[in-house]
Design a binder for this molecule. Sequence first.
Ligand SMILES: Nc1nc2c(ncn2[C@@H]2O[C@H](COP(=O)(O)OP(=O)(O)OP(=O)(O)O)[C@@H](O)[C@H]2O)c(=O)[nH]1
Ligand SMILES: [Mg+2]
Length: 471
Amino acid sequence: MEQDTIAAVATPVGSGGIGIIKISGRDALSIAAAIFQKTGDATDGSRTTDAHLAAAMQSHRLYHGHIVDPENGRVLDEVLISAMSAPRTYTREDVVEINTHSGQVVLAATLELVLKQGARLAEPGEFTKRAYLSGRIDLTQAEAVVDIINSRTDKALEIAASQIRGDLKQKVEAIRDLLLESLTEIEAAIDFPEDVEDIIKDGKAVAVIANKAIEPLKELIQQYKEAHILRDGIKMAVVGKPNVGKSSLMNRLIQNDRAIVTSIPGTTRDLIEETLNIGGIPVVVADTAGLHETDDPVEVIGIQKTEEYINRSDLVLFMIDASEPLAREDHRIYETIHNKRSVLVLNKIDLVNNKDGPELPDTWEQTPAIKISALYGEGLGALKDLIVKIAMGDFQLEAENATIPNLRHKIALERCLQLTASAVEAINNKTPFELIAIDIQEAIDALGEIVGLTTREDVIDQIFSRFCIGK
Ligand SMILES: Nc1nc2c(ncn2[C@@H]2O[C@H](COP(=O)(O)OP(=O)(O)OP(=O)(O)O)[C@@H](O)[C@H]2O)c(=O)[nH]1
Ligand SMILES: [Mg+2]
């Protein structure tokens, strides 16, 4: 598939040691040749031609030289350049990477030279899209590229690294191959009905599909349910009446004085969000405005925002002041959060002599409770352990179970499972083979969507739109 040549800055904006401009496509080498003067090249003003450059620079080696504007001979930067010939490249096309010094002006000027020579500015994710379209990677591996870039924890990185290695792709392809085989057999049975006995004899076909398709499908779906949080993270809200210590806990968790803490109730008026790593789970935690009845219009807005945030969060830390009896506000807040996954946090335990805290209503017992002192950092380890326990149950990420489908994969896996199960039932019920074949074909297509064989164009576009420019 011959495509035009694309180029982009591949490194983040800002000053730094080096910045990289990536070029990919059929003209990548000639474009580089037109603007790169290799150290040791003729200095009589004659330019290195494409053929010369290809001859002078071996593929997959790094060369030192200068970027020179061919129009006026102006030297832009001293660079290292690598020219990589197809097909052993990221995109499977000819690729050139220019390592310039990293400053916005030098990168922009070099990119402009590259574009002037005939390259087009790459769209977000276009290099990876080409790697996918050329068949070097499948769609799950392309998705893993974004996951690696966006990893917020070691565990999220482990999952993404397993996916980019092709672990998920292999599992999906193994199931798909098995279903393809079954389909071939069933189609044979349609054409040669006299052999049907052989194919469904002793329920062999059913047993094979059950063991080699249904079981692995169920396992992958289960892995999603147990562990997708390690990649996707959770949203957690700290709520409670004014002055119980929500902002103090937030600051403790992020180890920073981010939120303003005072002894004045109603200090936090707007929602403050931060991302942190709790036991390997990416947690977006929000400190919220204390919930109570008020006429202050600013507080009213803050309280509305808190209520909306509670609805959107996966876990609520409901905080009370353990040094005081429960107030009407506490009961009211409990009513709004008790249907959510929540933890009751009894704060200011340092002020409680017997460490018991206030008496709690029996109905609150279903909510796990923990005592802490946000001021002195007491009980925070136990609180973090409890958060992990609630989010993950007993799941432990081991190298062999790091294959965690994402939501898109999981939806396709579920459809495949449902179709496969219905095909098995149909075989058992001696349904006409033509109908069984339809189910199995659809099940195969559902798996094809995961790896990118039968994925709709708009879904593919949407996946690559999550990329940054230059990847
Ligand atoms: N003794 C003690 N005081 C605490 C503790 N946690 C917070 N405080 C104090 O309680 C007061 C209120 O703390 P904040 O963290 O601002 O409380 P908040 O819940 O965010 O309050 P609002 O934003 O007004 O809703 C401050 O004076 C804190 O120093 C604790 O564990 N022990
Ligand atoms: Mg506060």
